[in-house]
Design a protein around this ligand. Structure first.
Ligand code: 5GP
Ligand code: MN
Length: 617
């Protein structure tokens, strides 16, 4: 018996593409006595049954997903489903199916496991992975026997809370649980959440983990300087840079605050989580893509530094210059001299706001809530037309945390201390629904008033929770539309991209025979009007109100005014130009008439040569 193959198992590989897998087969052969490659699905089943007859203890079946002609990204390899059903009706025994694929999509991976795969391996299989492959036999057997037991207990496929807390919760299997079991069967069923997310969208990975290993430290320094500048513009950065930016921001917060020690994860896990987020954004959206998410994250990072809640990661930047520095120009101080904001926002709240920022538009389909509602999409039905997209973003983002290294944050039963974190993340994402804009603005004004009048009782935890949820909502709203407070050239580029997304929705609506609003019609509203209206009547109200709470944000109000001035002068130029164009034909006509008169006069003058025929003649 070779190496680690303590189970004395056979390996059957299903593979029928051009891909050269010789080195994988060599590695497998170095660990297992019997390695068989099969190219036909029918033969595979036969081979598995034969293995049983020959008395093989166990067969590891490696299913190459790329050999299975998947019709779409969401489908599990049919061979897996076949084998699992044969295992279930006991036609097959002791087969451990494992999916191997180059697809890095987490929902796809989850789906394969849910459908019965023992493991999911990314190709090409490394030596190390092959060395531990045999462990799946033990693990799979254990899982299956547990499942059978569950089945006997008639709690089949229900993930009861006690699964995770068996040791420390002696009441969970008591009489009360039994009374509730039927009613709560579906309530604790996490699978349907994964299914919902996986059915909605299986992303094609746009970035791969392997690409991150080689970033030079110079580049990292450059990115740090960008992160600490209000001139930050992710539009010209590539995905590797964007992932690194998110990593540096989240990593800084996790590693600088002692309070966040329990949440620290390995670099690899954090990168993995960020890749998942990145891949869940639709890269084909002109505006609502990962770049917008990184932009919102950076805006909030910048605001938090301005408010003195974070140390800028760059040692020499505009955030450190005197008149900008964190707490100095804070007006809203509480009695004890500590700025109110600093009393309110704790490290976990800061982390929540930054997490909400990067996740706030995950899975955005590039059409707005009205479109979702007017076309009766299942998502609109699911969320009863209320903040449809935002509800979906918040749910999907929580699911991403759950299926990654931040599961702890999502398990309130085991960790009730994370309930405020959840409130901040969910409420902040929901606050980005622009249909609630005015409501938010007036709530922020009320908060400013309470601060001015010293009405907030900072010793009352529930009061503090409410106030900080509101503050985080205000900050993420500013960050979400921070485009219009960026330096003019950046603001203009973002505006064009957003307008393009609106137009693409309009194109679709027209094709579907739906009414199209002027804002979604190409060439209907000039970019200048689009921007002036939005900034004057929507953005300014928000930024002015937030500045009453956090005076350090005054620079945003100043920049919006400056941008409005530029758009106004551009509009004036446009108007002049238009007038000239309208006037020109009139003037030309008048000139021609005058010339004609002259010529006619001349013509009738005796001794004069008759006029030359005009060109048109
Ligand atoms: P998000 O959808 O990104 O969460 O929320 C931002 C929304 O604010 C955008 O979808 C868009 O409707 C609106 N918005 C942001 N910037 C602008 C802008 O410059 N002009 C207009 N008209 N709307 C904007
Ligand atoms: Mn957004």
């Amino acid at each position: 018996m070779k190496g680690s193959n303590v189970n004395n198992c056979t390996v059957v590989v299903f593979h029928n593409t051009e891909e050269n897998i010789q080195s994988t087969l060599d590695s497998l052969a170095s660990q297992f006595d019997n390695v068989i490659v099969q190219t036909s699905k029918n033969h595979i089943i036969e081979a598995l049954k034969n293995q049983q007859q020959y008395g093989t203890t166990c067969t590891l079946l490696l299913i190459d997903a790329e050999s299975c002609n998947l019709r779409n990204d969401r489908e599990c390899p049919d061979l897996l489903l076949n084998v699992v059903s044969l295992l279930e009706d006991k036609t097959l025994t002791n087969v451990v199916p494992i999916v191997c694929s180059e697809c890095e999509s987490p929902p796809f991976m989850v789906k394969c496991l849910q459908e019965g795969a023992a493991d999911y391996l990314l190709k090409p299989l490394s030596e190390d992975v092959i060395k531990t492959l045999f462990l799946n036999v033990t693990r799979y057997k254990r899982n299956r026997s547990k499942k059978t037991l569950d089945h006997l207990n008639q709690v089949n496929r229900v993930s009861e809370p006690e699964d995770q807390h068996e040791e420390n919760d002696t009441h969970s299997k008591g009489e009360v649980w039994l009374k509730f079991k039927e009613r709560l069967k579906g309530v604790f069923h996490e699978h349907w959440l994964s299914k919902l997310v996986a059915d909605y969208y299986t992303p094609k990975p746009s970035v791969r983990r392997s690409s991150m290993s080689s970033m030079l430290s110079d580049r990292k320094e450059f990115l740090k300087a960008q992160i600490c500048s209000w001139e930050f513009l992710p539009l010209d950065l590539d995905f590797k840079d964007l992932v690194q930016i998110v990593f540096m921001i989240l990593n800084q917060v996790l590693t600088t605050f002692d309070e966040l020690e329990p949440l620290r994860v390995s670099d690899a896990d954090l990168y993995h989580f960020i890749f998942d987020i990145c891949n869940f954004y639709h890269g084909t959206n002109p505006y609502h893509n990962f770049k917008h998410a990184v932009d919102v994250l950076q805006a909030n990072y910048y605001f938090l530094c301005k408010l003195g809640l974070l140390e800028p990661m760059c040692s020499d930047c505009e955030l450190l210059s005197n008149n900008n520095s964190g707490t100095q120009n804070t007006q809203n101080h509480h009695d004890d001299g500590i700025p109110s904001i600093q009393k309110l926002m704790k490290p976990l709240d800061i982390f929540a706001l930054l997490m909400a920022s990067i996740g706030h538009d995950v899975g955005h389909p590039g059409v707005n809530n009205s479109f979702m509602i007017n076309t009766s999409t299942p998502l609109a039905i699911l969320y009863n037309d209320k903040s449809v997209l935002e509800s979906f973003h918040a749910m999907s983002f929580y699911h991403l945390m759950q299926s990654n290294c931040f599961r702890k944050l999502t398990d309130l039963r085991a960790n009730p201390e994370y309930s405020t974190f959840r409130k901040i993340v969910v409420n902040s994402i929901l606050a980005t629904d622009m249909s609630m804009h005015d409501e938010y603005v007036s709530k922020i004004k009320d908060q400013a008033e309470r601060l001015r009048k010293n009405e907030i009782d900072f010793s009352d935890a529930s009061v503090c929770e409410k106030e900080k949820i509101l503050l985080c909502g205000a900050l993420i709203k500013c960050a979400d539309i921070s485009n219009c407070a960026r330096p003019f050239e950046s603001a203009k580029r973002w505006a064009k991209i957003l307008a393009e997304e609106f137009f693409e929705q309009g194109d679709l609506e027209r094709e579907l025979g739906m009414p199209v609003l002027p804002i979604n019609q190409r060439g209907k509203i000039p970019l200048t009007d689009f921007q002036i209206t939005f900034k004057r009547f929507i953005a300014l109200k928000l930024f002015v109100a937030v500045t009453e709470v956090t005076p350090e944000m005054q620079f945003t109000v100043d920049q919006i005014h400056a941008n409005v001035d530029i758009w106004e002068s551009m509009k004036m130029d446009e108007c002049k130009h238009l007038k000239q164009q309208q006037q020109q034909p009139q003037e030309q006509e008048q000139e021609q008439e005058q010339q004609q008169e002259h010529m006619e006069k001349d013509a009738v003058t005796p001794n004069n040569v008759p006029p030359e025929p005009s060109v048109e003649d």
